[in-house]
Design a protein around this ligand. Structure first.
Ligand code: ADP
Length: 500
């Protein structure tokens, strides 16, 4: 029996590799940062060759740290930054342009120009709200702006891939050109119900279908590593975009399971089972990671722009704390926020409020309000924003969440987790392993390779770190939420006054 599962975690700022054992425990980690390229304000690129070299580098390093060869690896799972777009030449394998990163806003105008009926088709078929984040307009930009690209694409000489596709192409010695449902569903070109590329949307963006990768379930035998690259033929058998991989890694297999990653921003995903739900609250519908033998499941996705970033702001701009974890000490040194609320709408308000002109707002400040109250109000604002997204998800889905599974840097804050549980009136499960994204990719690969028998076996290995139970009275919860709602209205009112 081969001993390890290898997860390649290709993120926005670094490439990582983690080797897991049979119990889902981390055995070895290697990580390398790579260059962020900002050619113009609002533009973000990566060098595809550096993505590859850093990724294969850390894979070799993680194996070397354990003193094992790739022969000891039962399967490789890949998880990646989503939406980032790479176009390369099929014959030479050379990228024709840098990777255009999900954050890049260069195609915002292109999105504004999409006619209303096409926007509607995109919403209905892809589950996404048209935006420059997704791959479609980035591919079009490359075809329109790189000399000779359009002609080469028409001749069938160019291939497109998200980062998973690029890594598989390189790992397999240019043999695999494929992606999984979760990554495909973030391109804005994939029909999430028919499970195929949408020819009308491809035509609208002028993208030849010959550029598009094959699409398979996340847990699927995609092919093997090239012997010259990995010193062995290892099956590549798990692929998922980072957020969906994290939900899978947290064992969010059931309809009603919700996870929130408390990073710089917050990413919430709710498993909605076999039904793709059309949101009335501006949430996205997208495909969940699953194995080939299980039915296709969907998720509702909502994100919060300023999550842990509010703590960074309290640290770096307000200089109230030296380190982010100290926010907990200050927040618990006071009973409450003394009636104050902070709405950290620094870049507008996202789901479900959607007001891009709203700005940060502080309300209810009295003479006794001090920096401890301020920090507490900052942490509480993360929980209130999460509350609003969860209630929107429940309204769209028509049922309540089972429990909230959490990860990400700010989930280590016990005050925040307890307050979160109190405000949503639901239990929160914070697992011991914090590497849920990589673990999700490993689970997909291990289930496909037969390294693990089934999902039940995985659940048995999950080590719950801490469970937070709601303790707040219904009366207090209502009072606090009423205050928050009024604070959000104030932020929106400011936006309205400014738009006059
Ligand atoms: P990302 O992947 O977006 O870089 P991480 O998951 O590493 O984010 O989380 C980092 C964020 O979490 C930062 O915004 C940081 O301020 C916040 N953070 C980290 N630890 C704590 C803590 N103990 N309490 C509150 N916030 C924290």
């Amino acid at each position: 029996m081969k001993k390890y599962i290898m997860a390649l975690d290709q993120g926005t700022t670094s490439s990582r590799c983690i080797l897991f054992n049979k119990k889902g425990e981390v055995q070895s980690v290697a990580q390398r940062e790579f260059k962020q390229i900002y050619p113009k304000p609002g533009w973000v690129e990566h060098d595809p060759m550096e993505i590859w070299s850093s990724q294969i580098g850390v894979a070799i390093e993680a194996a070397a740290k354990l003193g094992i060869s790739f022969e000891n690896v039962a399967g490789i799972g890949i998880t990646n930054q989503r939406e980032t777009t790479i176009v390369w030449n099929k014959k030479t394998g050379e990228p024709v342009y840098n990777a255009i990163v999900w954050q890049c806003r260069r195609t915002a105008d292109m999105i504004d120009k999409i006619p209303a009926d096409m926007k509607k088709k995109i919403r209905n078929r892809t589950g996404l709200i048209p935006d420059a984040y997704f791959s479609a307009s980035k591919i079009k930009w490359i075809l329109d702006n790189v000399k000779g690209a359009k002609t080469a694409a028409k001749k069938g000489d160019l291939l497109f891939g998200t980062v998973d596709t690029w890594i598989m192409w390189m790992l397999s010695g240019h043999k695999i050109h494929a992606t999984d449902y979760t990554n495909a569903s973030r391109t804005m070109l994939f029909d999430i119900k028919k499970l195929k590329w949408d020819e009308e949307i491809l035509d609208y963006f002028g993208i030849p279908k010959s550029m598009m990768p094959e699409v398979h379930p996340s847990g699927y035998n995609y092919g093997y590593t090239d012997i010259a690259i990995a010193s062995g033929e290892i099956p590549i058998c798990g692929v998922a975009g980072d957020q969906q991989a994290a939900l899978f890694g947290l064992c969010g297999f059931q309809k009603g399971d919700v996870k929130n990653t408390y990073g710089t921003g917050c990413f919430l995903l709710m498993n909605t089972g076999e039904k793709a739900i059309r949101s009335k609250n501006g949430l996205l519908s997208t495909i969940a990671a699953n194995t080939e033998k299980d039915p296709v499941q969907y998720v509702l996705e909502g994100s919060i722009f300023i999550g842990g970033a509010v703590v960074q702001w309290l640290r770096d701009e307000m200089e109230f704390i030296k380190k982010s974890p100290l926010s907990e000490k200050l927040a618990t040194a006071v009973e409450d926020t003394a009636g104050g609320y902070l709405v950290p709408a620094f870049t507008g308000l996202g789901a479900p409020h959607w007001d891009q002109d709203a700005r940060g707002t502080m309300v209810g400040v009295t003479r006794g309000f001090n920096k401890k109250h301020f920090v507490r109000a900052g942490l509480e604002s993360i929980a209130y924003q999460t509350h609003d997204v969860i209630r929107a998800m429940e309204a769209d889905a028509g049922y309540s969440l089972n429990s909230l599974k959490v990860d990400g840097g700010a989930s280590q804050n016990n005050f925040l987790m307890q307050f979160q549980s109190d405000i949503i009136n639901t239990e929160i499960v914070r697992p011991k392993v914090v590497e849920n994204t990589a673990l999700g990719a490993a689970y997909l690969a291990g289930l496909t390779a037969g390294y693990w028998k089934d999902k039940e076996e995985l659940k048995a290995y999950q080590k719950v770190g801490t469970v937070f139970e709601a303790e707040m009275s219904a009366k207090e919860r209502k009072e606090k939420l009423d205050g928050w709602n009024k604070a959000v209205e104030t932020a929106k009112f400011w936006s309205k006054l400014n738009s006059k």
